[in-house]
Design a protein around this ligand. Structure first.
Ligand code: NAD
Ligand code: GLY
Length: 350
């Protein structure tokens, strides 16, 4: 098991990652007042174990899926926290994927102006990305993650045991954020390309999880609240990814990030920010998880969702972070008509 310290200004965070993290979690929480938040799928697999380990704990079980990442779920968590008489020194424990982690984290940040927060990420995506760094949120009025807070978890217990019950599709979803990190971190990208046949092998994934967390930790330490701009790199592929996700909603977050990265890599090339050689490398990384970029009828309708993205600072233009070369990128802004023309490319995929 590895220990990764994230020295953020608001509150330091410790990530325990690898075999043994689940036992470390039990030791850490055994004498504390704990309140678990999870979803129906995770509860089905791990609920009985949690009940027997923490018989006094309240477990709030929410319906699974992105469509439930909303105010109803948030208020259900808060109502149950009040009924369970949680106080400021209680521990909210998010046991689940990014949806549960983001909502439980947000609830922990506003209940009595802040309780302790522990993340136990159970999906590949939440292990490599969402459980660390302190972004918490819910979706509201068709805008993704528009209500939220930066709120660092005190501990993250990241145990590979959870990956064994994860459906294959969710592994692909996690690969979306892993490949994003591989585009941003040249050495990780090389490692992914060199180990392509091992990408679904749990022991390799375990190694990659800690690589991704270390990379994210370094970024978040420099720009915890995305104010200096350094953290914006973590949004690679997310402008188009989020717009597609809100517009179509059939695939997972990570799959839309892969498709978003593909289009934004093309934009970087066509707009003269990236050489073809670099874009080919990004496309090779994307193809490790998404061999064929699908077609989206009426993709131009995504423009209205992209215009609502919180990264924009103008009402008529779209901002996005693009990768320019090996481990180098920048934020660019495109007029909305031009961005709509690029979206149209997604309508004509064979
Ligand atoms: P998710 O939380 O919906 O989990 C995916 C599915 O897997 C769900 O059906 C869930 O019930 C199931 N599941 C979870 N763990 C399981 C397990 N161990 N075994 C079997 N089934 C299991 O989705 P996700 O991909 O983990 O997270 C996506 C969310 O994360 C999005 O809302 C996205 O916006 C957010 N996100 C946040 C950040 C951040 O920095 N806060 C970063 C990236 C993504
Ligand atoms: N997933 C984007 C971030 O944490 O900043």
């Amino acid at each position: 098991m590895q220990t990764i310290e994230i020295r953020t200004k608001s509150r330091p965070s410790t990530v325990l990652c690898g075999d043994g993290a689940w036992s470390a979690m039990q030791k850490f929480l055994h004498d504390k007042d704990v309140f678990f938040v999870t979803d129906t799928n995770v509860f089905r697999h791990y609920g009985e174990e949690v009940k027997s380990l923490f018989p006094q704990a309240h477990i709030c079980v929410l319906p699974a899926g992105e469509k439930n990442k909303n105010k109803n779920s948030l208020f259900r968590i808060l109502d149950e926290m009040l009924s369970a008489k949680l106080h400021r020194s209680s521990y909210v424990v998010a046991l689940g994927g990014g949806v549960i982690g983001d909502m439980a984290g947000f609830a922990a940040s506003i209940y009595m102006r802040g309780t302790h927060l522990v993340q136990i990420p159970t999906t590949l995506l939440s292990q490599v990305d969402s459980s660390v760094g302190g972004k918490t949120a819910i979706d509201y009025k068709k805008v993704k993650n528009v209500l939220g807070a930066f709120y660092q978890p005190e501990r993250v217990f990241c145990d590979p045991r959870f990956l064994s019950t994860l459906p294959a599709r969710e592994i692909k979803c996690g690969l979306g954020e892993i490949i994003k990190t591989g585009v941003l971190d040249g050495a990780l990208g090389d490692k992914l390309l060199q180990n392509a046949p091992r990408l679904h092998d749990l022991s390799f994934l375990q190694e990659i999880v800690s690589d991704c967390i270390r990379f994210k930790a370094r970024v978040v330490e420099q720009d915890e609240t995305e104010s200096s701009g350094i953290r914006k790199c973590l949004n690679l592929g997310h402008t188009t990814g989020h717009a597609l996700e809100l517009c179509y909603g059939r695939r997972s977050h990570g799959e839309y990030v892969l498709i978003g990265m593909w289009l934004e890599c093309l934009i970087a090339e066509k707009e003269g920010y990236a050489k073809k050689e670099h874009s080919d490398r990004v496309r090779s990384l994307i193809s490790l998880a998404e061999r064929r970029i699908p077609s989206f009828p009426d993709a131009r309708q995504c423009l209205r969702y992209a215009l609502l993205d919180k990264k924009n600072d103008r009402v008529d233009a779209i901002s996005m972070y693009i990768s320019e070369s090996y481990a180098k990128g920048r934020e660019i802004t495109l007029p909305c008509e031009k961005y709509a023309d690029y979206l149209a490319i997604l309508e004509k995929r064979q």
